[in-house]
Design a protein around this ligand. Structure first.
Ligand SMILES: [Zn+2]
Length: 228
């Protein structure tokens, strides 16, 4: 309950304002709200308190209080009005906007990713959007993240990519010399590193599966030392 700070011998009139909402009364007395409606109410009460001793009081709802019943009736009438103009006509919490925007962005991103023809290597690693993997990647330090992103995109210091850049003459795998040295070949197929693969990556059949165990993937490359 908020009382006008004027002394008891204040010659001004006394006025009481009631609400059947404990939450509203609490918000009006805390002064920490960000609600524009509550701030407007507070401002109006401050203006009223210049010439009145104002008392806020909780009253029981639907209990025959004339003013409260009139307020309820006005609320009912407002709720039954037909909408004119663009919706929504009542404020929506910011979190609703945020969730809506996030979902829209995710949906658009998914459609774009499914239609895109480029990024062949990355699409093999991440066929559909994977927010859980994103969270895990963002927890890695920079050198580990560089290694994993290199595996996902194929842009890493393995011979296939280095030969495209003109840094090496041969794109062939340094372990087996049979085919191009790519992340997929080394992590999933190369017989030359079968022992290390068995120790760290298990029996992953796809790059997508191998990304399910980032610890194993990183220790595999760390033991090989080919990305140093
Ligand atoms: Zn090989």
């Amino acid at each position: 309950m908020v009382r006008n700070p004027r002394p008891r011998n204040n010659p001004h009139k006394s006025t009481k304002r009631g609400s059947d909402s404990q939450a509203v009364l609490k918000a009006l007395t805390k002064h920490t709200t960000t609600s524009k409606l509550i701030l407007d109410c507070h401002k109006a009460l401050q203006a009223l308190s210049k010439s009145n001793r104002v008392t806020l009081k909780w009253i029981r709802g639907h209990n025959g209080n004339r003013g409260n019943d009139a307020a309820d009736e006005l609320a009912r009438q407002a709720a039954s009005l037909r909408v004119a103009g663009p919706e929504p006509i009542i404020p929506i919490p910011f979190t609703e906007y945020k969730t809506w925007l996030h979902n829209q962005t995710q949906a658009s991103h998914s459609v774009l990713w499914s239609k895109i023809k480029e990024c062949k290597h990355t699409k093999e690693a991440i066929p559909v959007l994977n927010p859980r993997l994103t969270t895990k990647l963002l927890q890695l330090n920079r050198p580990k993240l560089r290694t994993v992103v290199g595996m996902i995109t194929g842009h890493c210091p393995l011979n296939k990519h280095l030969s495209i850049l003109g840094i090496t003459d041969s794109p062939l795998c340094r372990a087996c010399m049979e085919t191009e040295e790519t992340p997929i070949h080394v992590m999933l197929q190369c017989n030359g590193v079968a022992e290390q693969r068995a120790a760290h990556l298990g029996s992953s059949a796809t790059l997508h599966e191998a990304l399910g165990d980032l610890g194993g993937l990183l220790s595999f490359w760390s033991e090989l030392g080919w990305l140093e």
